[in-house]
Design a protein around this ligand. Sequence first.
Ligand SMILES: [Fe+2]
Ligand SMILES: [Fe+2]
Length: 255
Amino acid sequence: MGEVVYNIDPSLDPTRDHILYDDGSHKVIYLGTQGVGKGDVEVNSYLIVDGDTGLLLDPGGYNIFPKVISNISKYLHPSKIQYIYLCHQDPDVAGSIPMWRKMSNAKIVVHWLWVRFLPHFGFENIEAVVHPLPDEGDRIVLGGSSIEFIPAHFLHSPGHFSVYDSKSRFLFTGDIGINLLERPVLVYDTLDPYLGGMRTVHERLMPSSKAVKMWLDKVRRLNIEAILPQHGAIISRDNIDKFFRFLESLKCFLD
Ligand SMILES: [Fe+2]
Ligand SMILES: [Fe+2]
């Protein structure tokens, strides 16, 4: 491991790709996916590279595929992507999967519940292509690193995960911690102006604060440098306690 460099800064341009963490052999890259959509909800796609192998997190929908693949190519040949992870089944996460299947043999990592829905994307030989995640979570080896899949079920999907990368200490939270912003932002400076919008989205999407508390019990044991959601901006270390307290205060749809 070389010198560790973090690049989590409110000045980062959300329409461009950025290396967010780099220790020489392990990198985490934001793929510049905000600002592409034509009315579609903005998404964040990320790439973890360890040595010469990659994990693509939440590749996104149909429209952003060209930008995602060209930005990945700056860091890793797309054929070196070993895993493509879908935090859950929604089209903003998985809509580009048919294109990925045409050009990649990467294993699709997704909760077991969604495996038999994937053939609707045009999959063949599904068992050979998918790495199903069990309810209780899982770990995979990526190069010299271990990637942990932490259950986040019912937040909002019944088969939903967060991902913890122990090298960068980043927690990728899928649809937890999301926001639908008026203009693209990649890293929050301060959370306060955004908590009202986040509350509206979370109290609608998350069915029950019981599920929120189950997830908080799991992730509070982790040493987290930043929270990286699939929509909205990245929550840096100094805002994480406030974000967790915000989650505890939610009055969800079924509460
Ligand atoms: Fe979703
Ligand atoms: Fe989403």
